[in-house]
Write a protein that binds this ligand. Sequence first.
Ligand code: HEM
Length: 160
Amino acid sequence: MRAFEDKDFMTAALIGLLGNAYLWVKAGHIIFVIFWMAGLFMMPRFFVYHQESTPGSAEDRLWVEREARLLRIILKPSLIVVWVFGLALALDTGAFVQGWFHLKFLVVLGLSGYHGWMVGYARRLAAGDRRLSGKTLRILNEVPGIAAVLIVVLAIVKPF
Ligand code: HEM
């Protein structure tokens, strides 16, 4: 019982934490969501073209470099900012106790897992390991689109 009261107190103390910065943080959240999604859409496309090159060729090395840059400049920083701003918004609004947020959190965790898979697959390609077919990669390319539809509906409509 005591722990429950403490949790309530913590939630109440954090609500409104961002003050006037709330809308700026939300704008930043959505801007970096766009950058992250752009990277998530581009990478599997890169993989499809990369796989068609001969391992060790000049074209292969070019794709390795392009993938590394997309990860370093767009995907990694965007993932971090989306998470930091998203968690700040959740603390500010008390979203952690709301149903829509629980599902959004799960889908976003899945999307972060997809990001991690891409980092791993880029490493495999760089090592000459091309284990998935172009068709499978094209199907996997649908994952971020489906996740985005679910997340945006949950965040805006808040159906439960
Ligand atoms: C990475 C973890 C994420 C967390 C912790 C998070 C958390 C949040 C929170 C708490 C809000 C405020 C909701 C409100 O104002 O009631 C929000 C807003 C929003 N989020 Fe996220 N989010 C995350 C990732 C994403 C992703 C990946 C997308 C899109 C693909 C997204 C799309 C949105 C949108 C569109 C809004 C604006 C909703 C509104 O103002 O009505 N978020 N997010």
